[in-house]
Ligand binder design. Sequence first.
Ligand code: FES
Ligand code: FES
Length: 180
Amino acid sequence: MLNTTPEFIAKAEPDGVNSPTVGPDAVPIAMQVNGVTRTLRAEPSMTLAETLRGPLGLTGTKIACNRGACSACTVWLDGDPVCACMILAIDVGGRSVTTIEGLADGDTLHPVQQAFIDHDALQCGFCTPEMIMSCAALLEHTADPNASEVRAAISGHICRCGTYPHVIAATLDAAKVRRG
Ligand code: FES
Ligand code: FES
């Protein structure tokens, strides 16, 4: 619960007073996206998800709830899956962003991408980028996951088409392929 006691607010004020003020107009921002430094101008209120889809033209990242409740906007920040609608672009700083567009190795799909095709793990495809980003992140630190671990990795993701069993099968198969 947020602490709103007068004592807490009084203690918090000095930091706020010394923080630099930027905006509300667009400010220059530079960020590492899919291994490339991208520069743009964006209002400080713009989220990372809005910035990726708008100025940077990377529309693979989706926005649905826009408040951290559905995982549609999942990208990696320094390799960890995060909800890009809950992070301001201006706060990304030196951390590296990876989107679904940056997952393949040239013309070679990431094993999770290929397994989603092989296992028919998509119907309308709206949730596919977010699911792949979280499943691929799982395989980065868990080479041989079980179905429960895959389920945990995609908890919070909403597939309106109900492809969950295929997503789990695809991820387990991709893990096998990666292990060789
Ligand atoms: S759009 Fe970001 S969590 Fe739903
Ligand atoms: S495939 Fe349609 S929302 Fe998941």
